[in-house]
Design a protein around this ligand. Structure first.
Ligand code: SF4
Length: 349
């Protein structure tokens, strides 16, 4: 939800805890979402190697990166509470530990492994699980994100790096929200995040401190704009349901067309990046293709064509075969000029 907070469809599906994978499959739009089992296995084993033995490897990296004076640093796994992995319980436990650390003054430093944070998106709570939060002596929390994509000659896949920083930025915002809610200074959470990745194709970790101020500011703006769930509900018919209608054998029996019709009642905001983070991507992309939507080409294009929804409308405005609405006047002028230039170039050729 945090990857596309402006999408009403995703917001409602997440708000009611719907199983998006099962819904997309039943609707006939299954999406092979996520990493391959091999990549997941590699990611897990890399992460385990960093955090095992009380985060020993991670501490060595952080000592160098943050200059930690830490012979006595503490390590607290927060992935369960007395054997219970229930999210709200883990969140409350995380809050207690992090607030204690935040109020602890000259604390020697603590690594919190898999804390459970919470963020308010569109008026509902979303649970988030960072890999690690490191608490530093100088009253600063750092979010540490462990990723298994390789860094070769100090270079990594920019898309993967951007996604990792965005993910860590969401955790920064959630942590700041938690501190603010308890009367503490949100600036205690650093705007720089730490990415831990393998060096080349080995399992040797490297830690990089990355300035995430821009991503944090952008996400805060997007989250503020996210529609409120109750407002979204007011816009959909009362009988809208994502129920898959399981029979006594647990088999979903709802007709795909009926399910799709109900899903399409809720406005979506498709972006090419949806294919990386949402199980509904095939359905929403199909909807965008049918509508000839400019959303298919990304926010860069749809922002430039502000006020024009579809490629066919853009073509008609450029050709002068369609009268622009008042809010399309500027775009239409630009399109007609571009079309004239194209025609002239075509004539020269
Ligand atoms: S795939 Fe669809 S539901 Fe998911 S975020 Fe994108 S537009 Fe929204």
């Amino acid at each position: 939800m945090t990857a596309n907070p402006g999408c009403g469809r995703r917001t409602l599906l997440d708000a009611c805890g719907a199983d998006k994978d099962a819904i997309a499959t039943q609707a006939g739009f299954a999406w092979p979402f996520g990493q391959s089992p091999f990549a997941i296995g590699r990611g897990k084993s890399f992460e385990a190697s960093i955090t095992e033995h009380g985060g020993a490897k991670l501490l060595t990296l952080l000592r160098d990166l943050l200059d930690l004076p830490l012979p006595e640093v503490a390590y607290k796994p927060v992935d369960e509470v007395g054997g219970n992995t229930q999210r709200e319980l883990r969140h409350q436990h995380t809050c207690k530990l992090l607030l204690e650390a935040a109020r602890g003054g000259d604390w020697p430093g603590t690594l919190f492994d898999h804390p459970m944070l919470r963020l308010t998106v569109g008026g509902v709570h979303v649970y988030l699980e960072p890999d690690v939060i490191a608490f530093k002596v100088k009253d600063l929390f750092y979010v540490v994100e462990i990723k298994s994509f390789p860094v070769i000659d100090r270079q990594a896949d920019p898309d993967q790096v951007a996604a990792a920083i965005r993910q860590a930025s969401v955790y920064v915002i959630a942590l700041r929200e938690m501190l603010s809610a308890h009367g503490l200074d949100p600036a205690m959470v650093a705007s720089s995040v730490i990415l831990v990745t393998p060096k080349g194709f080995s399992n040797t970790p490297v830690a990089t401190l990355t300035d995430a101020r821009k991503q944090i500011a952008m996400l805060v703006r997007q989250l503020r704009r996210a529609d409120n769930v109750s407002d979204l509900l007011n816009e959909v018919p009362d009988d809208t349901t994502f129920d898959l209608r399981h029979n006594d054998l647990g088999v979903a029996t709802r007709a795909a067309t009926d399910l799709v019709n109900h899903l399409l009642r809720i406005e979506a905001r498709y972006r090419p990046a949806c294919t990386q983070h949402c199980e509904m991507a095939a359905l929403c992309r199909d909807e965008a293709v049918r509508a000839d939507s400019l959303d298919l080409y990304g926010t860069g294009v749809s922002d430039v064509f502000n006020g024009v929804d579809s490629a066919s409308t853009a073509r008609a405005l450029a050709a002068g075969t369609r009268l622009p609405s008042p809010d399309q006047q500027d775009v239409a002028r630009t399109l007609r000029r571009a079309q004239r230039l194209l025609d002239e170039l075509g004539g020269v050729a």
